[in-house]
Structures are given as structure tokens and as C-alpha cells.
Design a protein around this ligand. Structure first.
Ligand code: NAD
Length: 505
């Protein structure tokens, strides 16, 4: 048996298991197999058999089982939250919030699946007027879900709940930092749906296990993780023409207009940037503040930030870093920012420690610094003075990433107009992350943040293929798709086309 860190630095094909650790204490949370290609193929095979049964249940039958699953999670919410606290490090309250969001998504996806995916009549058009035309969205089969560690329940369930509701089976590969949480989610499914336990299966391991899942013959990979790993996943999937959903990283910004409620904006920037220790894909990392509000905003922000601290107890603002190696990235970004003339008005290099990363607020950081361009994934914010909100939007949109974002302004209408022009998949006006709480809204990004969508109707369709069916009601007197078509039919068609489409207005 080896620890995860040993496996990472000294991969050994003969090592069959790895440990996940409590980031607060270093204690072993659980020991898990490193599933190889053979084990992954077997899991996919079991899921494929179960998918046939699951599909035959139709929307109503599946909804019953998804409701049971939801109830099983809800009944044991504190048990799961304790495990999330132990394995990921976040405070119990944050874990409860994360699970609460999942319950909402399970409800939405299972109750709306029929309406979104079931057969819909389509206007048949002129040429096929003697036919009915319908489209329906059929399940793909088996979906491989590869998850990260930062929101180990909410993030993968954004794919899993929607894939299952759409009629697919799922094989889940959780992050090597949070396999016990993945195990818990799959075990809860087995208890809730004993007849269909293989509909939702688990494989555990490191990157190689994820790569094996990409090559296992699954019908789609739903990947959530960094853009760098996303590229590897796409390359592996390309070998078998396996379609992919890419939920990658972010460098979200929060824009503060001159007339914004600065107390609310500062509070939101701190929560969105620093809760979960900044390990949030849709977390604020950059703040752009209009000149007229800048000094007062920084005053409020720094005063509020000084009350925040990491730790392992209930009083902690956030937990210890889940993935120790991320601390090096945070330190590099802070050091680079300071070296380039930035100032730390809260925290700084001394706040970055592997046992807990304290809040850091950086000002006067140039736009080409690592802390502005790359995903930091720590409790740090860069706060930049801009002439006006338009300049803030331009700088925000210059990022290669484009996941979420927020706009704080005195005018709601103005906020919506700015939100629509923000280069991101999702934006909240006068709040943060609210789009993630609305199950009916699609979730996903642009550019380096990936493509495809989870959540909402788009999230359901993501795990399906459209199936088009026409059915003839009666034959036409002249069949246009026959070698027996008379010549005069072509003349007639030309005349009709001139009449119907030939006018310019
Ligand atoms: P990561 O890219 O290191 O790993 C993600 C998953 O991919 C893990 O399960 C890992 O084992 C697996 N993996 C690694 N190499 C692989 C390979 N070659 N083939 C297949 N799978 C492989 O990411 P992470 O550190 O676990 O998570 C943090 C990242 O996830 C951040 O960039 C964060 O922004 C992003 N994230 C995005 C969203 C979103 O919805 N867009 C949500 C949460 C997290």
C-alpha cells in the first residue's frame, strides 16, 4: 500500500491501492484500488448491461428511483457533510450547502426530463406536408464522469444527475483526493436502487484510471478539472471518436461600478473569492473597480478580510488546502505579483502555508502577472482600479478563461446589459454564483473554461442524441423521391418555389 503522494511522485504499476488523507490531520480517510484498464472495462461492461434495464424504465420509472436516491442523500446529509469535511477539508456548513444544491438538481433533472427530452412534434414543412415529424432525445448509453476534488459532490453530480435522468448509466472516476466521497455517492445509490446498482458504478485511481475510462468504449466523457488535463482527456477520447463535455477552470472577475452598493460588493467578493479556500472554479479571482469607488471599496474589503482565517474547526472561514501541491501555485502567483510592483494590502507571501492559506488581497498588479492571467485557486484577490466599468469589462474579457462572473452596479438594467457582454458562460448581477443555484440554467464556460453544459435543459440534452422520425400520413399523388417522377412534376416544383421563395420581401 502507498500513500497518494508516494504514488504521484513514484508511480509503481505493482501498487494496487492508494490512500486518501484528511488534509487537516493527515489521517488516512480510506484506502482504494488503483483500477487499471481491465477493471475499468469490467465496470463499463456492468454499466452497459444495467443501462438496458434503466432505459426501459422510461422517464416516469427513472424518476421514482432518482427520488429514492435523493431521499437517501437527504436523510444522511450530515453523514455525507462530515465525510466531505474530513476528506476535502471544507467546513461542515459549506459541505451542507454543497449537498443542498445537489438535491435541487436531482429534483429538477428527474422531474423535467420527459418534458425536455420526450418526443416533440415539429412542423414538417412544404415538401413533407403529408408526414408527421417528431424529434426526441435518446440516451447515449454509458457516460464516464471524471471529477475534481474541490466540490466533490456538487461538481460530478452536475453531470451524474442529468446523465441518469436522461436514461444513461454512469461510471464515475472521482478525484484521487476525494475517492471516499465518490464511494459514498455510489453506495447510497446501491441502497436506494438495489435492483439497478450497476446503473451508477465507481472506478478509483489516479490519472491513468481516468485515461483508461476515456478508452473504455464509453459513449461520452463528462470531464471536470483543469484545462491542461482536459486536453489530455480530449486526445484520449479522439482515438475512439468519443464525444466530450469539458468543464474546466476559470479566472472569474467581479466588476464594481461607481454607483454600486460597496458593502454588498465587498462581502460578495470575499465570499466568492475565498470561501472553500478559493478552490472554486466559479470563484472570483479578479476584481475591477471604477475609479470613483476604488478607495472606499478597498477600505471596506480589507477591513472585512482581516476577520477571515483558515482552520479545521467549525469556526474556520475555510479549511486547509485539499491538494497540497496547489500551495506552490498560490505562492508563485503572490510572489510574481509583488515582484512586479503589486502590493499586498492583506496577507502576502507569509500567508501561504500548506497547513492553511490565509487571505491575500493584492493591488497594483499588472495585467500580465500570473495572478491575473492564470487560475490561482487560493484565497487571493487582485483588486484593480479602472477608469470606468467599461474598462473593467474590457480587461475582464481579455482572459483566456470565461466561466462565470459578477457585476455590481446601482442600475439593474445596466448590470444585465454588462452581464450579456461579459465573455463567460454565466454572470450574476448584484450577487455572486447565483446562476449555479438555479437548476434550470445551463452551467459551463467558453475558451479555456471548456465547452458543453451541465444543468438545465441543455444539461439534459448534453447526455443524449437527437432522434428524428417522420411518419407518412398519406401518399402524395406525385412522389418526388421516385424514379417514376413525371417531368411535369419538376416544372411544377420550379413554379411553386418561384412563388413561395422568389419574392425578395
Ligand atoms: P485535474 O485536472 O488535476 O483532475 C481532474 C480529474 O482528472 C481527476 O479525477 C484526475 O484523476 C483526472 N485525470 C488526471 N489526468 C488524467 C488523464 N490523463 N486522463 C483522464 N483523467 C485524468 O483537476 P483537479 O485539480 O482535480 O480540479 C481542479 C480543477 O477543476 C480546477 O481547474 C477547477 O477550476 C476545475 N473545476 C471546474 C469546474 C467546472 O464546472 N467548470 C468545477 C470544479 C472544478
Amino acid at each position: 500500500m502507498a500513500t497518494l503522494e508516494q504514488l504521484r511522485t513514484d508511480p509503481d504499476d505493482d501498487v494496487p491501492t492508494f490512500d486518501s488523507l484528511d488534509p487537516g490531520t493527515g489521517a488516512v480517510v480510506g484506502t482504494f484500488p488503483v483500477d487499471d484498464a481491465v477493471a475499468v472495462a469490467a465496470a463499463v461492461e456492468r454499466a452497459r448491461s444495467a443501462a438496458t434495464w434503466w432505459r426501459t424504465l422510461e422517464f416516469a420509472g427513472r424518476a421514482v428511483h432518482l427520488r429514492r436516491y435523493k431521499a437517501e442523500i437527504a436523510r444522511r446529509i450530515d453523514e455525507l457533510a462530515d465525510l466531505v469535511h474530513k476528506e476535502n477539508g471544507k467546513p461542515h456548513g459549506d459541505a451542507v450547502l454543497e449537498i443542498t444544491l445537489v438535491l435541487d438538481h436531482l429534483t429538477w433533472s428527474s422531474t423535467r426530463a420527459r418534458k425536455v427530452l420526450g418526443p416533440h412534434r415539429v412542423f414538417p414543412g412544404l415538401l413533407a406536408a403529408n408526414n408527421s415529424a417528431t424529434v426526441e432525445y435518446q440516451p447515449l448509453g454509458v457516460i464516464g464522469v471524471i471529477g475534481p476534488w474541490n466540490y466533490p459532490v456538487f461538481t460530478p453530480m452536475g453531470s451524474i444527475a442529468y446523465a441518469l435522468a436522461a436514461g444513461n448509466a454512469v461510471v464515475f472516476k472521482p478525484s484521487e483526493y476525494t475517492p471516499a466521497i465518490g464511494r459514498w455517492l455510489v453506495d447510497a445509490w446501491s441502497r436506494a436502487v438495489p435492483d439497478g446498482r450497476d446503473v451508477f458504478g465507481l472506478v478509483t485511481g489516479l490519472g491513468a484510471t481516468g485515461a483508461a475510462l476515456c478508452r473504455s468504449g464509453v459513449d461520452k466523457i463528462a470531464f471536470t478539472g483543469s484545462a491542461a488535463t482536459g486536453r489530455k482527456v480530449m486526445a484520449a477520447c479522439a482515438e475512439g471518436l468519443v464525444p466530450v463535455l469539458m468543464e474546466c477552470g476559470g479566472k472569474d472577475s467581479l466588476l464594481v461600478d461607481a454607483d454600486a452598493d460597496l458593502e454588498a460588493a465587498a462581502d460578495a467578493a470575499l465570499w466568492c473569492g475565498m470561501s472553500n479556500g478559493g478552490q472554486t472554479c466559479i470563484g472570483t479571482e479578479r476584481v475591477y473597480v471604477a475609479d470613483a469607488a476604488y478607495d472606499r471599496f478597498v477600505d471596506i474589503l480589507t477591513t472585512k478580510a482581516k476577520g477571515l482565517a483558515p482552520g479545521s474547526g467549525d469556526e474556520a472561514s475555510w479549511g486547509p488546502p485539499t491538494m497540497p501541491s496547489q500551495v506552490d501555485t498560490i505562492r508563485r502567483h503572490v510572489t510574481d505579483a509583488l515582484r512586479r510592483g503589486g502590493r499586498a494590502v492583506v496577507g502576502g507571501e507569509s500567508s501561504v502555508d500548506v497547513s492553511g492559506v490565509g487571505p491575500t488581497i493584492l493591488v497594483d498588479v499588472p495585467e500580465d502577472a500570473d495572478a491575473v492571467r492564470e487560475e490561482t485557486f487560493g484565497p487571493t484577490l487582485t483588486v484593480t482600479r479602472v477608469g470606468d466599468i467599461e474598462e473593467g469589462l474590457t480587461l475582464s474579457n481579455a482572459s483566456e478563461y470565461g466561466l462565470g462572473g459578477a457585476v455590481f452596479t446601482g442600475s439593474r438594467q445596466r448590470g444585465i446589459e454588462l452581464a450579456r457582454r461579459m465573455r463567460s458562460g454565466m454572470t450574476s448581477v448584484n450577487s455572486i454564483m447565483t446562476f449555479a443555484m438555479v437548476p434550470g440554467l445551463p452551467f459551463g464556460g467558453v475558451g479555456e473554461s471548456g465547452f458543453g453544459r451541465i444543468h438545465g435543459a441543455d444539461g439534459l440534452r448534453e447526455f443524449t442524441r437527437p432522434k428524428a422520425v417522420t411518419a407518412q400520413r398519406f401518399p402524395l399523388p406525385v412522389d418526388l423521391t421516385s424514379f417514376n417522377r413525371p417531368v411535369r412534376a419538376t416544372e411544377l416544383m420550379s413554379n411553386v418555389m418561384r412563388l413561395v421563395h422568389g419574392r425578395s420581401r
